[in-house]
Each structure stands twice: as structure tokens, then as C-alpha cells.
Design a protein around this ligand. Structure first.
Ligand SMILES: [Mg+2]
Length: 444
């Protein structure tokens, strides 16, 4: 292995250069290159790996402390010995502050002092580099630690939001989305979007106002059990400093997958919950509310109407001659007729109207914000729409259905309750049947 050391002498004065080079060449195992300007010196260090530089401060293209600064910026790992003309302590010290390791007075240059300064400045530079590396390493470790703490805090907040039994799912997901940016060191520039496919979230999407489509993004699929349930996307509007060779650290990618996993678990819980609620509230065959749930939901509507003095009407409906369908076409055809009946009703009704199967072929419909006159129009439409329909039924000719309907407006001002009003609608329904069926009758 060669012990030859490479030195660069930057000196614009030809006389001074001759003197210094002569002394340098007396040293064993040294190769010296000579540059006459800062530009030439900067070019030389790109070509050759030097161990030390002897740097004159007064050059044609740079003067004084600026020379040291520019050189040290360009070659931060190279030992620099400044050559000064005068015994100028202030300038010498300033050179050291700018990044030089040693200085020599030109008048006192000899082989011995050059040798000493060369060894000293190289050693000092090595020590400086190891201190700098240790400090950089500590900063990196601190940064990583800070990132992990942010990620853990974020996961903790997300878990709390998702596991809170009081929060509706949409509010919990909004909280999750707003928490995610805090997991990164520059949270202010981060946008988040959560897309849910399973219909549990009204609208299906929760996002921060600064979400946009950029190439700086992390993404993870959300699964509820084994079913695809959505997607988490995190975006950075501008390019961000890369982590090593990658755009994102491994822990950042892991974090997004972990967030997706927790959101997926919450969605799965919500799915199960929804199914349980449906089993308890919905008629399995027709998907109308069951009697109990219809009474609960409509009871709340009646109370609300009473509180605000708003109208509310009820319809009682009975499919005409339903028993005949069962007897003549079989129970499967009867079931299809019941399903079709509810679908036809929904086609005529508004979203806020409430449909309940009260038992057998008997249904009730609650119309919030609707007085008698308008309720009779709705009832007429249901009756007419049904009478027009031909229902395809497996194993036979299409069915034609008719319905009889009794209509009552709730006597809100008299404090009439749901049961009493349903009773009046039922009496009107009875009358509609007695008067020949396929007709609408208003309650007294
Ligand atoms: Mg000079």
C-alpha cells in the first residue's frame, strides 16, 4: 500500500510557489500539484483525491476569508492549511473558523514546519469528520425516534377514535383522517383520503381539504375481513426529501398498512353491527321494517311532528285477495308478490317515508310532513301504480295485484298518538275493502 500523500498548493505568486514547492519536495512520500487560482484549485480537487491543501488567501479570483469559505464548502472533507503573508493573527483565526485546520506564515515556511502542519491538519480534519459524523448520526437517530413517537401517537389516537362506542362511524373516520397527518414530521403539507366501498359511510369518502392527486403518495387497501372495503391514500403536494434511496421510509409504509388494517377492523365490526340491527328491524322477505321497528321509528316521527306542529299521515294497506294467490299459485308466488308490492310502493314514495310490514299481507306507510290532502294523492298513486303493473312470477302468467288503502292524518293538535291514528287508518281500510277493494278511503 502506498503511503504517498497528495498535496495541492494553491499559490498565484510564481516566486512564492517556487519557494514553497522546493521545501515541500524535501518531504518524503509526497506528490504535489500546483494551482494558481481558486477556480483551478476547485477543478483539481474534482480530478484528484488530495490529502491536504496549502491555500494562499489572496488569489486573482478570490481574496481573504471568502477564499477559505468557498474552498471548504466545495471540499468539506479535505484538510486545509492557510498560507498568510503577515503575522496577522486575526485573519489566521478567522480562517480556522471558516473551516481551515491550520495556518502558516509564508516567511517562515520550511520543510520541517510544512511536515508538522501537514500531519497536524490531516489528523485534525479526521477528528472533525468523526465528530461531525457522530453528530449527524445522533440527529438521524433523534429524527427517527421523533418519527416513531409521532407514528405511535397517531396510531393511539386512531385506535381510540375507532374503538369509541359513542362515535358514529362517519365521525370516527373523520377523526382518523384528521389525525393521520400528525404521524409525519411536516404534517401541514399532507392530504388524506379514505374511501369506503361497503356503504357504511354516507357518501363513501372522507378527505382532508388539501387532498390532491400527486405522484408523492402512499396508499393501502382496506379489507373488512377478506372483503375489499376501501382505500387509504396519503398525498404530499410537493416533492419531499427522500429517505435514503427511497421516497418513503419503511416505517412510513408500515404505518399506512397498519392504519388500513385498523380501519378495516372497524369497518368489519360496523358491518356485523349493521347486520345485527337489520336482523332485528327489517322484515327478511320484503326488506320493509318489521312491525316493532315501524312502530318505534314512526312513534318518534309522531312525537317530532307534535313538538313542531307539523303534519303527518298514515296509510294502512292490504293486498286484495292475497289468499287466492297463495292458494292458486303457491307460496313462492305469494312471497314474490309481497316483495314486488314493497318495491312498487318505494317507487312512488320519498326517501323519508317509512314502510312497515305489519303482518301477512298488511302494510303501513308513514308520511312525515304530509297532511290528508297530499296523503290521499300519494295513496292514489300507490294504488294506480300497482294496478298498472304486471308482476312476472316464475311458473305461470304474470300476476296483477290491487290494494285497498285507508288514510288518516294524525290529529297532532288533539295529542293523538300513533296507535289511535293507525286504528282510524285501519277502519278506513276496512271500509275500502267493504266498498269493493282497489280503492282509497280517508279516515273520519
Ligand atoms: Mg497570492
Amino acid at each position: 500500500m502506498s503511503n504517498v500523500q497528495h498535496a495541492l498548493l494553491v499559490e498565484d505568486s510564481a516566486t512564492q510557489a517556487l519557494l514553497t514547492l522546493a521545501e515541500l519536495e524535501k518531504l518524503p512520500d509526497i506528490e504535489v500539484e500546483h494551482a494558481v487560482s481558486l477556480a483551478a484549485a476547485l477543478e483539481a480537487i474534482c480530478r484528484t483525491r488530495f490529502d491536504v491543501v496549502f491555500l494562499d488567501l489572496t488569489l486573482p479570483d478570490s481574496v481573504g476569508e471568502e477564499t477559505v469559505k468557498r474552498f471548504c464548502d466545495a471540499a468539506p472533507d479535505l484538510a486545509v492549511v492557510v498560507l498568510t503573508n503577515h503575522d496577522d493573527d486575526a485573519q489566521a483565526l478567522q480562517s480556522l473558523e471558516q473551516g481551515a485546520q491550520d495556518y502558516m506564515l509564508k516567511g517562515r515556511i520550511d520543510a520541517q514546519s510544512l511536515s508538522r502542519s501537514l500531519r497536524y491538519s490531516i489528523q485534525r480534519k479526521r477528528a472533525e469528520i468523526s465528530v461531525r459524523d457522530a453528530r449527524d448520526e445522533a440527529l438521524r437517530a433523534n429524527r427517527q425516534l421523533e418519527r416513531r413517537m409521532r407514528q405511535i401517537n397517531c396510531l393511539y389516537g386512531v385506535s381510540r377514535a375507532l374503538e369509541s362506542p359513542e362515535l358514529p362511524l362517519r365521525v370516527a373516520m373523520e377523526e382518523v383522517v384528521s389525525l393521520i397527518p400528525s404521524a409525519w414530521l411536516r404534517p401541514e403539507s399532507i392530504g388524506v383520503r379514505l374511501t369506503c366501498l361497503n356503504g357504511l359511510l354516507p357518501g363513501g369518502i372522507v378527505e382532508t381539504s388539501d387532498f390532491m392527486d400527486t405522484q408523492w403518495r402512499l396508499e393501502a387497501q382496506v379489507f373488512a375481513g377478506a372483503r375489499p372495503a376501501g382505500r387509504i391514500e396519503i398525498c404530499w403536494p410537493e416533492s419531499r426529501p427522500p429517505e435514503g434511496d427511497e421516497a418513503f421510509a419503511v416505517s412510513e409504509r408500515d404505518l399506512v398498512r397498519e392504519l388500513a388494517r385498523r380501519v378495516g377492523q372497524a369497518l368489519e365490526r360496523a358491518c356485523v353491527q349493521k347486520e345485527l340491527v337489520q336482523l332485528a328491524t327489517v322484515d327478511f322477505l320484503t326488506a320493509a321494517y318489521n312491525r316493532r321497528h315501524f312502530m318505534a321509528v314512526t312513534g318518534a316521527e309522531v312525537q317530532r311532528a307534535g313538538r313542531y306542529g307539523r303534519p303527518l299521515s298514515l296509510l294502512m294497506l292490504d293486498i286484495d285477495h292475497f289468499k287466492r294467490i297463495n292458494d292458486e299459485r303457491g307460496h313462492a308466488a305469494g312471497d314474490e308478490a309481497l316483495k314486488a308490492f314493497v318495491i312498487v310502493c318505494r317507487e312512488v314514495l320519498r326517501d323519508q317515508d317509512i314502510v312497515g310490514r305489519m303482518g301477512g299481507e298488511e302494510f303501513a306507510i308513514a308520511l312525515p310532513e304530509t297532511a290528508m290532502e297530499a296523503a290521499l294523492v300519494v295513496a292514489g298513486r300507490v294504488r294506480a301504480h300497482l294496478a298498472e303493473m304486471e308482476l312476472p312470477v316464475s311458473g305461470g302468467a304474470p300476476l296483477r295485484l290491487t290494494t285497498s288503502i285507508g288514510v288518516a292524518e294524525c290529529k297532532i293538535r288533539d295529542g293523538e298518538g300513533l296507535e289511535a291514528c293507525l286504528g282510524r287508518a285501519d277502519a278506513a281500510l276496512y271500509r275500502a275493502k267493504a266498498l269493493g277493494r282497489d280503492r282509497v278511503e280517508a279516515a273520519e
